[in-house]
Design a protein around this ligand. Sequence first.
Ligand SMILES: *[C@@H]1O[C@H](CO)[C@@H](O)[C@H](O)[C@H]1NC(C)=O
Ligand SMILES: *[C@@H]1O[C@H](CO)[C@@H](O)[C@H](O)[C@H]1NC(C)=O
Length: 374
Amino acid sequence: MISRCFVAVYGIALVFGVQAAGAAYADECATPNGESGQCMPFSSCKDIEERLTQSQQSGQSVPADYASYLQKASCGEFNGVRHFCCPAAQIQHNSKVMALFKNKSFDCGNFLSQRVANGYEVKLSSRPWMALLRYQQFGEPRFLCGGALISERYILTAAHCVHGLQDDLDEIRLGEHRISTEEDCRQQGRKKKCAPPVVDVGIEKYIIHEHYDARHIMHDIALLRLKRSVPVQKHIKPICLPITDDLKQQAEQINTFFVTGWGTTENGSSSDVLLQANVPLQPRSACSQAYRRQVPTTQLCVGGGDLQDSCKGDSGGPLQAPARYLGEFAPRMVEFGIVSQGVVSCGQISLPGLYTNVGEYVQWITDTMASHGL
Ligand SMILES: *[C@@H]1O[C@H](CO)[C@@H](O)[C@H](O)[C@H]1NC(C)=O
Ligand SMILES: *[C@@H]1O[C@H](CO)[C@@H](O)[C@H](O)[C@H]1NC(C)=O
């Protein structure tokens, strides 16, 4: 037994060498040709994926020289997925997840109405990706953060809503509008239209960004994999992500974003009903001044100036704007940011808030979804 085991392990080590022992996902590395790159799953590396798919389809093994290249380029196996040192120019969003996001039947960001109903109240079922994160606090269930549904299986939220709280955070609520009422309805003429019941679903995996820095609140992004898929319904749908270069650049040009939420912070929710606030994009220098530190491109500086702050949003909730998605005519709602920091100043001192710049993390999101299962 021992010797067979040894042979098996040795065999694997031989085929996929252990060139960069201790390397981790997205670590910088040098390819066998001396180019600088990152350690990525094979489906996120254009050339490697094409060549491996080609050989798989033709039923022929890869040529010996390419096999030897792969062996030298190998940088480890994480979650059972082989990783290779991928030249920077070859890195692509994970192809498996992109196939899902680009699928015509993937109905994301369908927002019906941009406007609010009365005051700041969002129209019923018009922000169907909004998620409430439920925590057990002193034996009581409480909603203390928000998030957004991005596929049938994943919630995108802030790392600070998850870090150190895995034992307390136990459930996600989808399809909610007014927290205190069992059934949410609106009057349409003489008729009463009601949304289907909310869906509460457990969490299977808590995935915090590898480089999340709790002290400086950097890389404040996390994914929650639900215990089961939640099929698209009238009041439950995913939001779109800025998956193209064009959409990523738009984040820097949009004048006004929407923040929606129940105002949930570590003190509980401040609103019973789902609200929306308009928040203007600010230059990063406005946040550098307010927070007394450099603001990198991985963050967006938004809001301030008036009292319509992200106090109406939720910690971990989405910063959104309608945008043209994959050349479609009707705009879709895209999640450009995640509410990260600055909620405390809400309504009092009007400081701009810091938001995780989602476009800078689409690579991480797609790689993470691919390795933990779609
Ligand atoms: C798109 O999604 C539909 C429904 O889930 C599926 O049947 C189809 O195979 C998908 N198409 C592609 C190209 O992945
Ligand atoms: C939560 O409550 C505490 C104590 O009242 C307060 O100091 C803190 O600023 C509150 N946090 C937020 C986000 O409102």
